[in-house]
Write a protein that binds this ligand. Structure first.
Ligand code: DP6
Length: 367
């Protein structure tokens, strides 16, 4: 077990000046899905995702020495330039839950300003990029004030561990290209406690992948992912699902090394449909796909049958379709999206994304 609890990370108040830390942190899209958890945010099965490029959160965290005598944590939270009590309460709870890892949190007042590159309530989850960004900011404070985490691997591993405590899938957003989270016999470095990068053995074709996100519906989700995970505990298919995810994970790792695009796509699509089947078979059951989701799926499957091109989809815990394809077929897929798929999207909206280089520390943003 990794042990990141460190009571020594406190500092004399006069050494705390007011500083601002900024990170731009991407979202990610899972191919093998994390769905079901236990304990303190531990996954029931291994998962693997692409780190995205254009869907990201910009986060500026400012800290200063704690002004009031009260023990309560003082956090001002702004989303898109406006005070946001709902997101603020979630972030405050997260900071309060990790004072054993970063005791200096109790010695500071914080302001967080955050902004997403993707439209608010476009159905793209911001918790992965948002929580990963806060984790990276905190690790940066630790490195700057205590001289620890100088080693880049150590820094990322701790950031991933902390991000996981904020939102499970966030731990994978700390790395570029692809990341694995969850113990598996297929990868000896993989852990339930933090994600690890999967890049060196990845076939180069996957580094050229696009994720074109088709907005089938912008609406708020009826059931949050956290509630969805909890429903797995009573789902009669749960154990079979975890066995299946483990088996598929082993198969997928070989496929990712070999560059077999159809084998990859077949697993990606089945994982998406399995995720939604688990929601539909939960007690109480629910459906997050919308009529437009099914129309889009049909179009994509017909396109593939007609062209034999490796265009596949996945879904997150929501109605929007993520189209996955290599750059070599982009010249054909883009006009297909624009002509055939965009008319089915809500307000014709889609997000043109691709595999990205991971989070970046910035000197500042205009958030
Ligand atoms: C369907 O990470 O959002 O996107 O850990 O409760 O915050 P919490 O859940 P979250 O679940 C995401 C599940 C998923 C699949 C995945 O990203 O692996």
């Amino acid at each position: 077990m990794a042990n990141f609890i460190n009571p020594a990370l406190t500092i004399s108040p006069d050494k705390i000046s007011s500083e601002k830390i900024s990170w731009q942190t991407p979202s990610n899209i899972a191919i093998i899905k994390y769905w079901g958890k236990h304990g303190r945010q531990l996954p029931r099965n291994p998962s693997i995702s692409f780190t995205l490029n254009n869907a990201f959160t910009k986060t500026e965290l400012t800290y200063q020495s704690k002004q009031s005598k009260s023990d309560a944590l003082n956090l001002d939270f702004y989303f898109e330039g406006k005070s946001n009590p709902a997101f603020g309460a979630k972030s405050k709870k997260f900071l309060e839950s990790i004072t054993d890892i970063f005791p200096f949190i109790n010695q500071m007042d914080f302001t967080i300003q955050t902004d997403n590159s993707f439209p608010h309530s476009s159905g793209i989850a911001s918790s992965a990029s948002g929580m990963a960004a806060i984790a990276l900011c905190l690790c940066t404070i630790e490195r700057n004030l205590f001289g620890t985490l100088k080693d880049e691997n150590e820094f990322r591993q701790k950031a991933s561990y902390v991000a996981r405590l904020g939102s499970g899938s966030a731990c994978r957003s700390v790395y570029p290209t692809m990341a694995i989270w969850g113990q598996t016999a297929a990868h000896e470095m993989a852990s339930d406690e933090y994600a690890v990068p999967f890049i060196e053995k990845l076939h180069p074709v996957f580094k050229t992948y696009h994720d074109s996100i088709l907005i089938a519906s912008r609406g708020e989700k009826k059931v949050s992912s956290t509630a969805g995970h909890a429903l797995m505990d009573g789902n009669i298919f749960a154990q079979n699902r975890y066995d299946q995810a483990n088996q598929r994970f082993n198969d997928l790792l070989d496929i990712l090394k070999a560059g077999d695009l159809d084998a990859f796509g077949k697993i990606a699509e089945n994982e998406a449909l399995t995720l939604h089947a688990l929601m539909m078979t939960a007690d109480a059951s629910y459906i997050l796909m919308r009529p437009a989701t099914l129309s889009l799926i049909e179009k994509v499957q017909n396109y593939r049958a007609d062209t034999k091109q490796p265009l596949y989809f996945t879904l997150d815990a929501g109605p929007n379709l993520h189209l996955l394809y290599p750059d070599e077929i982009r010249k054909d897929v883009k006009p297909f999206i624009e002509q055939e798929l965009v008319p089915l999207c809500e307000n014709g909206e889609w997000i043109d994304d691709c595999v990205g280089g991971g989070p970046e520390e910035r000197s500042s943003f205009d958030v």
